[in-house]
Design a protein around this ligand. Sequence first.
Ligand SMILES: Cc1cc2nc3c(=O)[nH]c(=O)nc-3n(C[C@H](O)[C@H](O)[C@H](O)COP(=O)(O)OP(=O)(O)OC[C@H]3O[C@@H](n4cnc5c(N)ncnc54)[C@H](O)[C@@H]3O)c2cc1C
Length: 162
Amino acid sequence: MSLASTIHRYPLVATWSRRFVGPRFALAGDAAVGMHPVTAHGFNLGLASVEHLAQAAGDGWRRHGDPGDAALLARYQRRHRMSSAPMFAGTQLLLGVFTGPHAFLRSLRRMVMSAGSRVPALRRALAANLVDDGPRPASIARHLRVALNVLRPRIGSGRPHT
Ligand SMILES: Cc1cc2nc3c(=O)[nH]c(=O)nc-3n(C[C@H](O)[C@H](O)[C@H](O)COP(=O)(O)OP(=O)(O)OC[C@H]3O[C@@H](n4cnc5c(N)ncnc54)[C@H](O)[C@@H]3O)c2cc1C
């Protein structure tokens, strides 16, 4: 491989829109929630937003003959905010820990990296939260359930996780 362009900085930022919906209007994907790529979740959240919006528009069409029904768009906004807020906040927190210049943050970083490499269950719990096997909202309860399910078989059993 050879370098084809000049080297330049690409600003990686996170964005959270104040409103996801307006009159007969909705934001989805990065336009609604632009995740910092550090946790590699932006595309997944974008798919979730489309799924939530399609459900709201479908319900609006069935109930009122209008996919742009204001109450159902507001429901989409609530649902997508609630399901993406934990991941967004967690990503921002992680980013703060991994980029902060303070000595305390540097030690915390080392501890987290070392825990991650020494406790495979933690890595599996995180990885399990990065994948999804079906269309459903990613609530805090769901993230906790997935993480506990991954951790549970190993507690006291000594059996490898499958
Ligand atoms: C470096 C990096 C790494 C990433 N890694 C991951 C990852 O590993 N896993 C993951 O899940 N996500 C990742 N993401 C996030 C993921 O790429 C985005 O969440 C996803 O592409 C968002 O899709 P989108 O369709 O909402 O927006 P976009 O993909 O940004 O599409 C928007 C489109 O609209 C066009 N556009 C903008 N303005 C106008 C206009 N005025 N008129 C017409 N067109 C316009 C743009 O050119 C663009 O093509 C990463 C992002 C970055 C930056």
